[in-house]
Structure formats: C-alpha cells, structure tokens
Design a protein around this ligand. Structure first.
Ligand code: NAP
Ligand code: GLV
Length: 325
C-alpha cells in the first residue's frame, strides 16, 4: 500500500477516503504553504502527492521524489504542475473539473455585479455611518448590468456558466472568443463568436475564463486596455498572470476602463497595491471563486478519488496526461 503526502490542510473525509483504500496518509495539517525544499523533504518517499494550486510541482520536485506515481491537484487549473515533465517521468496528473463550475460562476457574477453597482464602496460608506439620506444624485451611482453586452474570453465550463447567468438572468447579449466556436452555447444563449479584437471593442463586461498558459499569460496589458471599450468592466476569476496588473491599474487611472473585478492576482498571495488604492468600480477578492463549503469538500473528495484510482492502477477519472499511462 502506498504512502501519500497531502501538502496542506484538507477535509478529513478526503483523507479517510485515501486511508480506507489502505494507504498511509501524511499531511501538512496547516495553512502554511510549504517552501519547495520542505515540500520535497516531505514528499521524497511518497507514491502519491495531493497538492494545491499554489504548490509548484516542476521537474526538480519530480526528480527529487522518484517514487511518485500520482500528483492529484485539488483545483481545476493545473498551471502549477509541469505536466510535460510529469508525463516524461510516467507520473499521472489529475485535477478537479466540473464540481466547481457553478460555484465559480456564481462568484464571478457576484464580483461583476459588485463592481458595476459599487457594493464594496457603499458597504464601507454605510458602516462608517456616512449615509445621511436618499437623494437622486447619490454618491454610489453605478452602471446597469441587465441588457448590456457580456464578453466571455474562454468559452469552457465556467465561461459558459457565467454566460448563462448573464443571458437568462440579466437579458445580456453574449459575445465570446475561444479557440473553437461553441455551437451548443450559440444555440442556447444566442451567443456570437467574435474575433478577440471585436471582443475587446464590444464588451461592456469582459470576463476571462481561459486557463493560464504560455498563450494566455499577460494577454491583457496596456495595449489591450487601449483597445477596450472605455466603459468596460474587466472581470478576472481565472488566473492572475493573464492580466498585467500594473497596466490594469494605469488603465483604470487613465479612464481607459471603467472598472475591474479581480479574484485572482498576478503574484499571489500579494495583492497589487496600485489596484488596491483604486476604490471606484474596483472589487478585489482573495481567490475565492470555488470557496463554498460544499464545493471545496467535493473538490477534496474528487482529488482523493483520483489518487485512489491512480494508485490502484486504474485510470483516474480526471486524468490530465493520458500519455503517462
Ligand atoms: P475549461 O472548461 O477547460 O475552459 C477553458 C476554456 O478556455 C476552454 O473553452 C478553451 O477553449 C479556452 N481557451 C484556452 N486557451 C485559450 C486561448 N488561448 N484563447 C481563447 N480561449 C482559450 O476550464 P474551466 O473549468 O472553465 O476553468 C477555466 C479556468 O478557470 C481554470 O483553468 C482555472 O485557471 C480558473 N479557475 C479559477 C477559479 C477561481 O477560484 N477563481 C476557480 C476555478 C477555475 P476551447 O474550448 O475553445 O478550446
Ligand atoms: C481554482 O482556481 C481552480 O483552478 O480550481
């Protein structure tokens, strides 16, 4: 039976699932991110590693842990894992797609609404007891969401779930850009496939839902913001490095964009201070897209199921690198 290391505190149910399959589980039962040398020390003899999206699993880690058979990432995004290096070493890599789609879409839409209607600003104002009477020209006048044009970049599971909220709930016009057109989404949501430039020009809300890859990294920078609609609100609940945050802050200050709703930061856990200084139409959240108790539990259980399957020699349900089999 195998030795499995869990890099961070996760739900007991998930640990028991792996133990019930006969494996020994050791866990960094804290919220401290392990530095790479400590992660290696504790994973060195393990056959399984359950890790989180901020554990970089690169060729050096894989070489230092030669017994590893399965790396089970508790996230749908797996840009923290060098999948090619894992495949070369016959290490299976798995993720947790699907279970977090609706929860992440809810949060994305909540952030979009919060930025448009300036809810965090209004909250701070109310708590400071500064509200002294309804008037027509209130300080927190926002912009409407319903009936606007919602642009989706990356029309996958979460992108489509966000588009569905906009179309069915808010009568929004959906435009999107992805690597491939999505006929089913077009039929259901009357969505229009557009070139990337058109997405920039026409979106009144532009929501990013691609993975972080060499192609998507820093796609949103000064030059992109210049091409965007000046009234647009940018939403990023995908991965921070897809957006150049200094350029975003500069574009917001220069009035090239109206606002931003950001759940994922370029250099997590650091929050870009230039962005943090801007209050109007800007909402920031600490990567909580999938953070409901139900969904986080399901993610952990899915990661455990992937681990158990991989260790027993079956094909894990959410295998990323079939070539490693
Ligand atoms: P998904 O179903 O794989 O969707 C990703 C979509 O991005 C795919 O439809 C793909 O297009 C598109 N795409 C990839 N590269 C592209 C490119 N260069 N240009 C345009 N489109 C591109 O994944 P998902 O489950 O929706 O998750 C998406 C991402 O959200 C994850 O990778 C993760 O980083 C992030 N995420 C964040 C949170 C959070 O807490 N904030 C939670 C969950 C996920 P095609 O289908 O056309 O090939
Ligand atoms: C969260 O960001 C995920 O990729 O699951």
């Amino acid at each position: 039976m195998a030795d499995v290391f869990v890099s961070r505190r996760i739900f007991d149910q998930a640990i028991e699932q792996v133990e019930d399959a006969g494996h020994t589980v050791r866990c960094n039962d804290t919220s401290r991110i392990l530095p790479t040398d400590e992660l290696i020390d504790r994973t060195r003899d393990a056959e399984g590693l359950i890790c989180l999206l901020n554990d970089p699993i690169d060729a050096d880690v894989l070489d230092a842990c030669p017994n590893l058979k399965v790396v089970s990432n508790v996230a749908v995004g797996y840009d923290n894992v060098d999948v090619e290096a894992a495949t070369e070493r016959d290490v299976l890599v798995t993720n947790t797609p699907g279970v977090l789609t609706e929860t992440t879409a809810d949060l994305t839409f909540a952030l979009l609404m919060a930025a448009a209607r300036r809810i965090p600003e209004a909250d701070v104002y109310s708590r400071a007891d500064r509200y002294d009477g309804w008037e027509l020209m209130q300080p927190h006048m926002g912009v409407d969401v319903y009936g606007k044009t919602l642009g989706i970049w990356g029309m996958g599971r979460i992108g489509q779930a966000v588009a569905r909220r906009g179309y069915h709930g808010f009568d929004m016009d959906i435009i999107y850009n992805s690597r491939e057109p999505k006929p089913d989404a077009e039929a259901e949501l009357d969505a229009e496939y557009v070139e990337f430039d058109t997405l920039l020009e026409r979106s009144e809300f532009l929501s990013i839902h691609t993975p972080l890859t060499p192609e998507t990294e820093a796609t949103f920078d000064a030059e992109t913001f210049e091409r965007m609609n000046d009234e647009a609100i940018l939403v990023n609940a995908a991965r921070g490095p897809i957006v150049d945050e200094d350029d975003l802050a500069a574009a917001l200050k220069a009035g090239e964009l109206r606002g931003a709703a950001i759940d994922t930061f370029e250099d997590e856990p650091a929050v870009n201070q230039q962005l943090a200084e801007i209050e109007e139409f800007v909402v920031l959240a600490p990567h909580i897209g999938s953070a409901s108790r139900e969904t986080r539990l399901e993610m952990a259980e899915m990661a455990a199921a992937n681990m158990v399957a991989g260790l027993e020699g079956s094909v894990p349900p959410n295998l990323i690198n079939e070539d490693a089999l």
